[in-house]
Structures are given as structure tokens and as C-alpha cells.
Design a protein around this ligand. Structure first.
Ligand SMILES: [Zn+2]
Length: 242
């Protein structure tokens, strides 16, 4: 059984590995605060559309287990990443069949109940799923993505997150060139997510089991992701710090 001996060290190691990948462009003007503000607005728009479309789930009886698991994970996350307490953490459960799970860098996690019903078999697997999304936020993957995009664009002069966002939406080549970073971020979110879930008292083998079940369904991961089998195998490897 894998042991998470040093959660804080792992988080530090992940962040520094990612720094190398993203290569922090010197001309980047993207700040975490700017990304949080931009993405908070994007989430507000998204959640409003979900409510207007009648697919946001507000029934407390249905959201109870997700809310409870989310709160338990946040308690651990905040201990190790105290600065993240200032984000507007929220989990939105939805009946939307077109999405699975996603995180906004501003701290909001969206989880689709049809996806959960299809794949998740235990509270520990639900915890891994939510913890993976929380990990994306804690590791500031959004900001790293924007920063990595700056030198890949032809933008000159003042570059902010909104401008990069617009470029990402319209420029397929740019999105493709970011794929290696996004893949690395998925693996990092798996690792830190499993660690957070374990530290919150959930069974650590749940992550690989969930990923293997999803892989067995035959659904192809999006191009930016390693295969689910590869992600599951990576999660079962001992951590370098063990
Ligand atoms: Zn992810």
C-alpha cells in the first residue's frame, strides 16, 4: 500500500516540476489575482446558465454527500495551502450530461451527476474526483496555463489573462501546443488529489480504481490527457519521496 509520507513536500515538488515545464515567461503580466477574477466571472456565467436551464441541482438531499465530501477535503487543503482559504470555494452539482467534472481556478468545482452515477462506486472515489479538481486550483494550474501561453502567442505589448483567454478560444494551434503542459497538470492533479483524499481519511486505492473503471468503459480521454490506464498506473507507482 502506498503511503503519503510528506504531503507538503510533495506539493512543493510538484510545483517546482511544473515551474520548469511552464518556463515562466519573463514578459508575462498574468497574476493569480487576475486569473481568479476572470475565472470567477466565467463560473458565475456558467452557473447562471445552468440554473436558467434548470439543470443545476439545488436539492440538499441530492447534494449532501458531495457537499460533505467537499468540505472534508477542503479542511485538509486549507491546512496545507492556507492562502487558498481566501478563494470562493463552491461545488456545483449539475444534471448536465455534456460535462464530467471541472474546476475553475477561482475555487469553484463543477460535478455532473450523470457522470458520477455512471462511474463512481464509493465515497472514496467521489473524494478522489473532487480532490483532483481541488488540486488543479491549489496548484494554480490556470495561471500556469496562461503564463505558458504568453510566449506561444504572437501578442506583443501588454498581455493580460483576458487577452490570452480570447486567443486560447480562437487559436487551435495554441491549444495544441499547450497539450504537454495540460497533460502534466492532469498527472499532478491525480497525485495531489490522491494525497489530499488520503489525508482526509479516504481509501487511497480509490483513485486508480476509478480511473481503471473509466478506462474500461472505452471512452477516449480528450487529446490533452494521458490515457486513463496510464494515469491509473502512474498513481499506483510509489512516490519518489517514499
Ligand atoms: Zn483534471
Amino acid at each position: 500500500m502506498r503511503k503519503f509520507a510528506a504531503p507538503l513536500f510533495l506539493a512543493a515538488a510538484l510545483t517546482s516540476a511544473q515551474t520548469t515545464i511552464a518556463q515562466h515567461p519573463a514578459n508575462s503580466r498574468v497574476t493569480q489575482a487576475e486569473v481568479v477574477e476572470l475565472q470567477w466571472r466565467a463560473f458565475r456565467e456558467f452557473s447562471l446558465a445552468q440554473r436558467e436551464g434548470g439543470i443545476a441541482i439545488d436539492d440538499a438531499a441530492r447534494t449532501l454527500s458531495v457537499d460533505r465530501t467537499f468540505a472534508r477535503l477542503l479542511a485538509v487543503a486549507w491546512r496545507h495551502f492556507p492562502a487558498s482559504m481566501s478563494l470562493r470555494w463552491e461545488v456545483l452539482l449539475t444534471d448536465d450530461e455534456s460535462i464530467e467534472a471541472r474546476a475553475y481556478p477561482s475555487g469553484q468545482v463543477v460535478l455532473a451527476e450523470p457522470f458520477v452515477t455512471r462511474f463512481v462506486r464509493s465515497e472514496a472515489e467521489l473524494a478522489f474526483l473532487l480532490a483532483h479538481e481541488i488540486a488543479h486550483v491549489l496548484l494554480e494550474h490556470g495561471r500556469y496555463g496562461y503564463e505558458a501561453a504568453v510566449p506561444l502567442t504572437r501578442l506583443a505589448g501588454w498581455v493580460d489573462a483576458r487577452l490570452i483567454d480570447e486567443n486560447l478560444a480562437s487559436n487551435l494551434t495554441l491549444r495544441l501546443r499547450l497539450q504537454p503542459l495540460l497533460r502534466a497538470q492532469e498527472n499532478e492533479a491525480d497525485r495531489l488529489g490522491a494525497e489530499l483524499a488520503g489525508a482526509a481519511g479516504f481509501t487511497e486505492s480509490a483513485g486508480p480504481e476509478l480511473l481503471e473503471r473509466m478506462a474500461a468503459s472505452g471512452d477516449e480521454p480528450s487529446p490533452g490527457h494521458d490515457s486513463l490506464q496510464a494515469r491509473s498506473a502512474a498513481l499506483r507507482l510509489p512516490l519518489p519521496l517514499d
